[in-house]
Ligand binder design. Structure first.
Ligand code: FES
Ligand SMILES: [Fe+2]
Length: 415
């Protein structure tokens, strides 16, 4: 007797954005739908930095969702984004992470594409000795690489399959200010790494939006005072609810009785602890506003952080329902002194992929994934700071950013 497979009930819990059902993290059909509705849907996607493709002919391999993409600078210096898929039979036309080239050459059967993505030649197109070759109606201009919409903002490059999106400034809304604050001058690339972790991309997307966990999970922050609930801080969400950032000002602690009571239950409450070498805590207030931590998330897969003097962007690349790559690019500025570059690199010991703080984020995503395994029909509870999209003011003690994420996601996915 054959087993009867019951189709999953994709009804979202009636509480709406204050719940996220666990099937949304693990169901392969949801993953496939996301590739269409989110990654090939009406969103701008971060795909790299202008500083990574500084000259005509510079290119970088990247992704939008699980689709391979190339960004490059053409002969005129214009930034282009192309799908990295040969128009013949689908081979990658670019297999290097970065480099310089005059054209993209497909190794499989030698079709050659320009930096604009146009097909320049197809080997043996006219056959040999009157045999073989492509049909008489074959036209080079019909077989270019798929061209993506492409735009830039403060040195960040964004691309999309959709060609009639609003300008990037409109799409970012108020959260654009958070990018302009940090990326306020020409950038340089200090280094790269990739974390490959066993969780869904949305497990991680929730994490940097989750201003609540910062001082709780990350014991280093609270223990050594870099970020505490009693400090001056704020959470900014754009009017569409897609994007957000939050920030903290170190040294502005105003601990009241309620703070003391709550903090006493935290694992991160270690008042007696001291660092043998406190140099990791030193930082320069390079923006002159006292903000030592700003974490900014763009829907659906981008993070920009300033943590002390560490500045980095992170790009989520889903590789399946339960596996994700997190690509980090560590950033400096063209006018940095050698000492500032040293400080930025030193602070990656806090905020890099293996940093004392940041490594806990992917670790906890994997723990959540293990915790929710076998519980597809249960749901998370997201009511800190209220149940809806707008309540909670600008306090960081709120999961408002998560509710807004789930609202945006559900709208795009029709769930
Ligand atoms: S797949 Fe690229 S030339 Fe054949
Ligand atoms: Fe975190």
């Amino acid at each position: 007797m054959s087993a009867v497979m019951q189709a999953r009930d994709y009804t979202w819990p009636p509480e709406g954005p204050s719940r996220a059902p666990y099937w949304v993290f693990e169901d392969p059909s949801i993953y496939a739908r996301e590739q269409r509705d989110v990654f090939r849907g009406r969103n701008w996607h971060f795909v790299g930095l202008e500083a990574e493709i500084p000259e005509p002919g510079s290119f970088k391999s990247t992704h939008i969702g699980d689709m391979p993409v190339i960004i490059c600078r053409d002969e005129s210096g214009t930034v282009r984004a192309l799908v990295n898929r040969c128009a013949h039979r689908g081979n990658l036309v670019c297999s290097k992470s970065h480099g310089k080239t005059e054209e993209f050459y497909c190794v499989y059967h030698a079709w050659i594409f320009s930096l604009q993505g146009d097909l320049k030649s197809a080997a043996f197109r006219r056959g040999i000795r009157g045999e073989g070759g492509l049909p008489a109606d074959f036209r080079l201009e019909d077989h270019g690489l798929q061209k993506l919409a492409c735009t830039t903002f403060c040195g960040l490059v964004f691309a999309s399959v959709v060609h009639d999106l609003p300008p990037i400034e409109d799409w970012l809304g108020e959260v654009g200010q958070g990018i302009q604050r940090v990326l306020n001058r020409p950038l340089t690339v200090l280094g790269y790494d990739t974390q490959r972790f066993s969780a869904n991309w949305k497990n991680y997307h929730e994490n940097p939006r989750d201003s609540l966990h910062a001082n709780i999970l990350h014991t280093f922050y609270a223990t050594f005072g870099l970020s505490r609930q009693g400090q001056e801080s704020a959470l900014v969400i754009d009017s569409s609810g897609r994007h957000q950032y939050f920030y903290t000002k170190v040294g502005t602690d105003k601990p009241g009785t309620d703070y003391k009571e709550a903090a006493s239950t935290l694992r991160s409450h270690n008042e007696g602890f001291k660092l043998e070498d406190p140099s990791i805590l030193k930082w320069t207030d390079e923006y002159g506003d006292g903000i030592n931590i700003q974490i900014l998330s763009l829907y659906p897969t981008f993070v920009l952080h300033q943590i002390s003097n560490s500045i980095a962007v992170r790009q989520l690349v889903p590789t399946g329902p339960g596996t994700t790559d997190l690509n980090w690019i560590y950033i400096g500025f063209a006018d940095d002194t050698p000492e500032m570059t040293e400080t930025r690199l030193f602070h990656t010991n806090l905020a890099g992929s293996a940093g004392l703080v940041s490594m806990e984020d992917t670790a906890v995503c994997q723990m959540v994934r293990r915790g929710t395994s076998g519980s597809a029909d249960a749901a998370s509870f997201i009511e800190m700071g209220g149940k809806d999209l707008v309540s909670g003011g600008s306090t960081k003690l709120s999961e408002k950013g998560l509710r807004n994420f789930w609202h945006t996601y559900r709208t795009q996915m029709g769930l």
